[in-house]
Design a protein around this ligand. Structure first.
Ligand code: GLU
Length: 429
């Protein structure tokens, strides 16, 4: 009985529905042949260490009591405390948060940050809440997950639909419950509260840095290159601006309101101003509207999916006419789409490398909070660029060595580091 128990499928594994967690498991299977004797420990990566589901009841402004479902998953803590964002979205599920937590383990190890991986979320459409309701929900959620988070246990940060204000409420709630100010419990805070300069832009900046590295490998110039971006929030908006400032032409942008296109290049400052007035790209006068599904087929040098997971699938990947896909989002490409893109000779810079700029500057923020010594923005951007370039170099070298994609190479580098730590720590008790 005992010997076979590791082969009993965990209850959250539904072989019929390949959601983000199923996709993550396939990615682990692809890397297992390259792990050598560490493969003995690979099951560790296929099970989250700890998953917490919490009820988040709040009083709405009209006096009703509403209940939201919240999650915090610590996928792996072999290399250090859990680290990863908190997402507010109406479609968030436990298995999605599990996958996002696992991708954080891989990302943090690929970048060699001294963290494990974690993620949280609340199943809510935050656009339906007033600011006071959002604050009450955030504070109650923080209290509920307070049993497992902490500056040396698990450190949340912003993700989809969460921001510096929400991190301030989380930091304050945790600190009030603890009885002392604990700035290092979350990252992505405002600079006035121990946040780091450069954190807001860091994910988009990292996307741009690795795009430049991949372009150099492929013999492509950034100046004059065409760029297509899906998602125009913190990640896509910043990446688009940096491409634009470097002389690239951002020819199409899509967000939840629609798609705008201009073959000569969109004016990104005008588009950012339009979005802050109107709440989305739809109706932008400096470009033409395009049906959403036509985004994928546009001829371009760079395609940057920077929205949600599961966007490039077997249904649309063969229409892609990009040279390089740079994944600003977590999990935007399914394994089938990965294979289709690889067959077409399209380079995919994977999420766990491409969007790691955010958590890298989160790490800087956490270090600054612990030492109460703050760095200049110039120093932060320089260190960020150096870490991202080095990570890209080691992943691309691993890819060449084994003849695999950059995704599999990033998983080889990361899973080797995680399982080495797992092995030397051993099992206890
Ligand atoms: N949510 C971001 C990510 O997916 C940042 C996480 C963090 O800074 O901890 O990488």
């Amino acid at each position: 009985m005992a010997a076979s128990s590791s082969h009993v499928l965990p209850s959250y594994l539904d072989a019929q529905a390949l959601g983000p967690w199923g996709i993550y498991l396939q990615q682990v299977d692809r890397v297992t042949p390259y792990l050598g004797s560490l493969a003995r420990w690979v099951e560790t990566l296929k099970r989250p260490k700890r998953a917490l589901i919490v009820d988040v009841p709040i009083e709405m402004d009209d006096g009703r009591i509403a209940h939201f479902e919240g999650y915090r998953v610590q996928h792996n803590t072999s290399r250090g405390p859990g680290k990863g964002g908190v997402r507010y979205h109406q479609d968030v599920t436990l298995s999605e948060v599990m996958a996002l937590a696992a991708w954080m383990s891989v990302k943090n190890a690929a970048l060699n940050l001294p963290y494990g991986g974690a993620k949280g979320g609340i199943r809510v459409d935050p656009r339906q809440l007033s600011q006071p309701e959002l604050e009450r929900m955030t504070r109650r959620y923080t209290s509920e997950i307070g049993v497992i988070i902490g500056p040396s246990k698990d450190i949340p940060a912003p993700d989809v639909n969460t921001n510096a204000q929400i991190m301030s409420w989380m930091m304050d709630t945790y600190s009030m419950n603890e009885g002392s100010t604990a700035t290092g419990v979350v990252t992505g805070k405002p600079v006035a509260l121990g946040g780091s300069l450069g954190r807001t832009e860091a994910t988009g900046r990292g996307v741009f840095v690795v795009a430049c590295e991949a372009a150099r490998d492929a013999g492509l110039a950034i100046e004059g290159a065409r760029v297509v971006v899906q998602g125009f929030g913190n990640v896509g908006g910043t990446a688009a601006r940096l491409f634009h400032d470097a002389g690239a032409k951002v020819i199409a942008v899509q967000d939840h309101t629609g798609t705008v296109h201009r073959e000569g290049g969109l004016d990104i400052s005008d588009l950012l101003a339009h979005v802050s007035r109107q709440g989305g790209v739809a109706g932008f006068a400096g470009g033409q509207a395009l049906p959403n599904e036509e985004l994928w087929g546009l001829q371009t040098e760079f395609l940057v999916p920077a929205a949600l997971e599961g966007q490039l699938t077997s249904a649309n990947a063969d229409r892609v006419r990009a040279r390089i896909v740079v994944e600003g989002a977590n999990g935007p490409t399914t394994p089938e789409a990965d294979d289709i893109l690889a067959d077409k000779g399209i380079i995919v810079v994977p999420d766990v490398l491409a969007n790691a700029g955010g958590v890298t500057v989160s790490y800087f923020e956490w270090v600054q909070d612990f030492s109460s010594f703050f760095w200049s923005e110039e120093e932060i951007n320089q260190r960020l660029e150096r870490i991202m370039r080095e990570a890209y170099a080691s992943v691309s070298q691993t890819a060449k060595q084994h003849g695999v994609t950059l995704r599999t190479a990033a998983f080889i580098v990361a899973c080797t580091r995680i399982l080495q730590a797992r092995q030397v720590r051993g099992l206890y008790p």
